[in-house]
Design a binder for this molecule. Structure first.
Ligand code: NAD
Length: 322
């Protein structure tokens, strides 16, 4: 049995494979650079990097693709399904980690922590009088997407006295209100009425550029925008213009339309913006949960078992699985 990984999973995940399979760890996000390794592998674990149809076509022995996370926009799932290959995901493993990260960005921005530190480093103690910090208690957080991470973010925000509103077209009013979340049937109303917007939706055709200048202009001029979901959902150029022209109050981004974010990107010029390197799911706890769940799923599928946590459950109707 053979595993190929774009990057190593953590030790706890590697230990599950020890003695069962050979492992090729590429430490290279461009899968085209080691196709000869992919050609005879049973499992391909893709962390950062694109697993498109041309890669799947070359992998004649491939039985499973693994993702250490819930997003799978970097894998051609349609092609995998056509080939009878399940795409293992790890729902729940990083939910708490990402929700805490979104709330950490809310705290950091609302206390103006990043600018305060930069100014202190320059000797500007008077930054304490900037008058930019505010309390989160009593503010309304508008959650776009009320899946696992959206709901966990709601739970944490409620604990610190915020009021919670949400928009998720897949959920009924009753389903949303069951979680004590104010229901908005339309995204515009949510944008207009929230003090903080936090995005927790997948990157799909309908969510691309979901937040562009039109939407940013609907937000309060003091509002904060947090995106810990996927780059491409927020139009970065429009966000830069909105921050520079004080159309909104601040933003926190963990994800970018191109990753890694290049030093030349104009977004760096904005004040009141905090950035992290797609690290919301990288807490020690989440990393172990994601790796072990992903490897266990891959091993199970190679043994012919129908592992339930896959992005393409319809794959089990493929003749290979009959
Ligand atoms: P989930 O599938 O549990 O929830 C996604 C929710 O989005 C669902 O309730 C769905 O109905 C809703 N949704 C879909 N389209 C929508 C739309 N157009 N408008 C509003 N809501 C819509 O997924 P999750 O575990 O909550 O994760 C959410 C996203 O977070 C993932 O798809 C992934 O892209 C991202 N994520 C990022 C990181 C990171 O490291 N920053 C880690 C994990 C997940």
């Amino acid at each position: 049995m053979k595993f190929v990984m774009t990057q190593a999973v953590c030790q706890e995940g590697m230990e599950l494979i020890d003695g069962k399979a050979s492992v090729y760890v590429a430490e290279d996000t461009n899968l085209q650079n080691y196709l000869e390794q992919i050609e005879d592998t049973d499992a391909l674990i893709v962390r950062i990097g694109r697993c498109d149809a041309s890669i799947i076509d070359r992998a004649a022995n491939l039985k499973v693709i693994g993702r250490t996370g819930v997003g799978y926009d970097n894998v051609d799932v349609k092609k995998a399904t056509e080939m009878g290959i399940p795409v293992v995901i790890t729902p729940g493993a990083n939910t708490r980690s990402v929700a805490e990260h979104a709330v950490a960005m809310m705290f950091s921005l609302s206390k103006n922590l990043y600018e305060a530190q930069r100014e202190m480093e320059k000797g500007n103690w008077k930054i304490r009088d900037a008058g930019k910090a505010f309390e989160l208690e009593g503010k309304k957080v508008g959650l776009i997407g009320l899946g696992a991470i959206g709901k966990e973010t709601a739970r944490i925000c409620r604990g610190i006295g915020m009021s919670i509103a949400g928009y998720d077209p897949m959920l009924s009013k009753e389903e949303v209100e069951k979680y004590n979340i104010e229901y908005f049937a339309n995204i515009d109303e949510l944008l207009i009425n929230s003090d903080i917007i936090s995005i927790h939706v997948p990157l799909v055709e309908s969510t691309k550029n979901m937040i562009s200048m039109k939407e940013l202009k609907m937000m309060k001029s003091s509002a904060l925008l947090i995106n810990c979901s996927r780059g491409g959902i927020v139009n970065e150029k429009d966000l830069r213009d909105a921050l520079n022209n004080k159309i909104i109050g601040g933003a926190g981004l963990d994800v970018f339309s191109e990753e890694p974010l290049q030093k030349e990107n104009d977004i760096w010029s904005c004040n009141n913006l905090i950035l992290s390197p797609h690290s919301a799911a990288q807490t020690k706890e989440a990393v172990v949960k994601m790796a072990t769940m992903c490897v266990e799923g891959c091993l199970s599928i190679i043994e012919g078992k129908k592992w339930p946590y896959v992005a393409n459950p319809e794959v089990y109707k493929h003749p290979k699985w009959q």
